[in-house]
Structure formats: C-alpha cells, structure tokens
Ligand binder design. Structure first.
Ligand code: PMV
Length: 304
C-alpha cells in the first residue's frame, strides 16, 4: 500500500490579514500526514485512524474529523465507501501547523487513488477545501494550497499561492501544547476589526508580508526577524496571542533569535523563530525549560 501525503505548513507572516485579502508568506513543512486506504473490515463504513493523534473515527461518529470526512467524500461524489484511511503524522494536531489540511489532502488523494486509480490535483483541492470549511469555517485556503503543492510562497485569496525560489530557511517551531480553535480566533479578529478590510493593523500585517518576503529573497534574515517581531505585536493587539505564546517568543529573542512570533490562528498553537544557526540549540533548550519540545524545520530551498 503506497501512502498519499499532505504536508504541514507554517505562516511566516500575514495570518489573519490573509482572510481579508492581504498577502501571507507561508511555507510547507518538510513533514506532514501520510495516509493509505484499506478495505474496512466486515464491510463497514468510511473510517479514519491516525495512531499518532490517538484518532479513530467512523463517519457516523459525532466528531469534527468525521464531519470533515463526510464533506470530503461528498465533494468527491464517493458516498460512504467501505474504506479505512490509515495514517501516520509527524506534526501535532490543532497546533496551527496545518494538520487538518494535511490530513484532508492525504485522505482525498488516498481515496481517489483507491477508487479511481489516480488523484487529480483539482479534485483533491476541492475536496480538501470542503473538509477545511467544516473544520475552520472561513478558511482562506492557504493550508490546502501548501499541503497539496509544497514549497514557499506568497498566498492571496484572489490569486492563490505564488511560489518563489529562495535559499533554504531553517525555522524553529515551538508547539505550545495549548489547543485552540481557528474559527474562534478568526471570529475574534472579525470582532476586533469590525471586519473592516481597511483596519490599520490588518494593512500593516499585509505590508509586513511584502517586507518580509523581500528580506527572505535577499537573504536579509535580521530584517525578516524584525518583521516577525512586529507582526507578533500586532497579532497580540488583535487579541490572538496568549501569555504563554508571548513568553515563548520573548525567550527565543533573549536566546539570540532574529525574530519570533505566533504562527497560524493563535490562542494557543505554535510559535516560530528564526535565528543564527549557533543560537538554535540555546533557543530549543530555553523552550524545553518552559515545557515545550520544539524542532527545526527547513523550508524553501527548492525551485519555484
Ligand atoms: O489554522 P491555522 O492556525 O493554521 O490558521 C490559519 C490562518 C488564518 O489566517 C488565521 C486563517 C486562514 O484561514 O487563513
């Protein structure tokens, strides 16, 4: 059984503003979710099992993943096939690292390969988007684009992901362990900004994406770090940071990071930092002392 893959992601800059049409700088992780499709024993209904997440659901269960899989199967026009999707995950769930989109892309690919012999990207994208709509409500589509295509790029709702080439970037990722709801955080920002696209904070987040992307392409990592620090402050002002996330970012800066911020919806989830290589170990140790097991992921580095 060959596995179908969906990649996790980080947002380097522009989360939340991206929901309002501004650009976000985001990259696929070098890890994600792998899923294979096998017949469900005794001809039962569509099921999902991801041991790494302690997840075992059938589409008839009252569970968000079950409802997401129903949307996915409906979008593919597959009904409720007698298939079990068995997966392995190298990213934590609910941490703002795109786990649900990674699962949806891997699941859609596995279902299509099993039932139709091949998985065309357009169908996978539509099915994964339907699944993300159930999980996240007003999702921008950024997670699905990266889970599907990989790479690094600037994403806009209007144009999708525009990938570009840049040198490989090492990013420290610190999953806080605190769960959160993307939909609740998106609602909080809507309330805070009264959904006004011209809110100065959303505009500034969009501008920081442009500055940060230029810095990344030029290899000016201190400038990228400064943009990340500023973005974190704005996100905190919008009410989506937490004391723990602020602390993890301060710790990373004190240990030598160029910059640090929450990534994804906030309210919990993960922080990211970029740093000179010689400071990475100190940052990971400082996070460890704060109870967080971080890791280094390498993003970009390939062709556009
Ligand atoms: O689900 P998360 O934590 O990766 O957040 C997604 C980023 C948001 O901008 C907050 C929402 C979206 O759909 O773009």
């Amino acid at each position: 059984m060959s596995a179908s893959i969906g990649l996790g992601k980080i947002i380097l800059l522009g989360e939340h503003a991206v929901v309002y049409g501004y650009p976000a700088l985001a990259a696929a992780l070098d890890r994600g979710v792998a899923v294979g499709a096998v017949p469900t024993p005794a001809g039962g209904t569509l099921r999902v099992e991801i041991a790494a997440w302690d997840l075992k659901v059938s589409v008839t269960d009252e569970h968000p993943v079950a409802q997401a899989m129903v949307a996915l199967a409906d979008e593919l026009g597959l009904g409720r096939p007698s298939i079990t999707l068995v997966g392995d995950a190298q990213i934590p769930p609910g941490a703002g690292l795109g786990s649900s989109a990674a699962l949806a892309v891997a699941a859609a690919r596995a279902l299509l390969v099993r039932t139709r012999g091949k998985a065309d990207p357009a169908s996978v994208a539509r099915a994964a988007s339907a699944s993300e709509h159930v999980m996240h409500g007003r999702a921008s589509g950024i997670d699905v684009a990266l889970a599907l295509g990989g790479g690094i790029g600037v994403f806009r709702k209007s144009t999708g992901l525009r990938s570009f080439a840049c040198s490989a970037l090492r990013v420290l990722v610190g999953p806080s362990g605190a769960s959160r709801s993307t939909a609740a955080m998106v609602e909080r920002v809507a309330h805070e900004t009264q959904s006004r696209v011209d809110d100065a904070r959303l505009r500034e987040l969009g501008g920081l994406t442009d500055t940060g992307a230029e810095a990344l392409v030029a290899g000016a990592l201190p400038d990228l770090g400064a943009a990340m620090d500023r973005a974190h402050a704005i996100l905190a002002d919008l009410g989506v940071s937490t004391g723990q996330l602020d602390e993890l970012c301060s710790t990373a800066r004190a240990a030598g990071a160029y910059g640090a911020k929450l990534t994804g919806a906030g309210g919990g989830g993960a922080v990211i930092a970029i740093a000179p290589r010689e400071h990475e170990a100190a940052i990971l140790s400082a996070w460890k002392r704060a109870g967080v097991t971080g890791f280094v992921t390498v993003v970009g580095g390939g062709a556009a």
